[in-house]
Design a protein around this ligand. Structure first.
Ligand SMILES: [Zn+2]
Length: 242
């Protein structure tokens, strides 16, 4: 095989691996973000529930004050029972007292309902806190695994770039420039294998069928040849089964 073609194939292999790893490097921080967002969401659930519980506690306190006010009102009204002069006034005050009693039992019912709410919220808070704790622990584990992967991929990319640098120096400058131009403009693939698909020889880069003439030339591999359709450098690997 043509030495330059062989170098180009090796270069393409390295560049494809580098591109794959760079893609992974670009995705990994997003995974860390997603883990942190899940923990933040669990944190927010806890805070929301605690806010509701606080509001219920304040409501209970306010209603307990209402009960005190109601008790004072009742005491006053009961005192007035001894001061009124007429039966009409007496039944009026009795009516007031009855209203105050009803108000008291209404407030007591409301307090009871709020206490039930608080109890339910306390259970939900415990559950949400447990969920938060497990998400934090899981998140820490996952994040540290991702950071390890990041470091490993960064090291691997660095190694491959070094390898690529020395390989690239083996090529004439203009050939390397052409290769890199195709790499940029042809989706990261500048060197394409010719594949045999259902009896036809196609360029694996653009899927166009090669002319028999071009296929023969590529099979000889005595010179650098490009795809007549996409311009990528072509190479042929003999079928190992034949
Ligand atoms: Zn092509």
């Amino acid at each position: 095989m043509d030495q330059q073609l062989e170098t180009l194939i090796d270069l393409q292999t390295l560049d494809s691996r580098i591109a794959g790893l760079e893609g992974e490097l670009a995705r990994l921080p997003g995974q860390i973000e997603a883990i942190r967002a899940a923990v933040a969401e669990a944190q927010k659930s806890v805070e929301t529930l605690k806010g509701k519980s606080d509001a219920a506690r304040k409501d209970i306190r306010a209603k307990e004050k209402d009960l005190e006010v109601s008790a004072v009102k009742r005491q006053k009204s009961e005192g007035r029972l001894y001061e009124v002069k007429t039966n009409k006034e007496y039944s009026l005050v009795l009516g007031e007292i009855e209203e105050i009693k009803q108000e008291k039992s209404r407030i007591e019912e409301e307090i009871l309902a709020l206490m039930e709410t608080q109890e339910r919220l306390a259970g939900e808070i415990r559950q949400a806190e447990a969920e938060l704790k497990s998400r934090e622990a899981q998140g820490q584990q996952e994040e540290s695994a991702i950071r390890q992967r990041l470091a490993a991929v960064e090291a691997e990319v660095e190694g491959l770039r070094g390898e690529r640098g020395s390989l690239a120096r083996e090529l004439p400058r203009d050939l390397l420039a052409e290769y890199e131009k195709f790499l940029r403009h042809r989706g990261g693939l500048a060197v394409a294998q010719v594949l045999s698909v259902e009896g036809a020889a196609i360029c694996s880069g653009c899927r166009m069928t090669l002319t028999p003439q071009r296929l023969q030339e590529v099979k000889q591999q005595s010179a650098l040849l490009t795809c007549e359709s996409c311009g990528r450098f072509l190479y042929w690997l003999p079928d190992p089964h034949q």
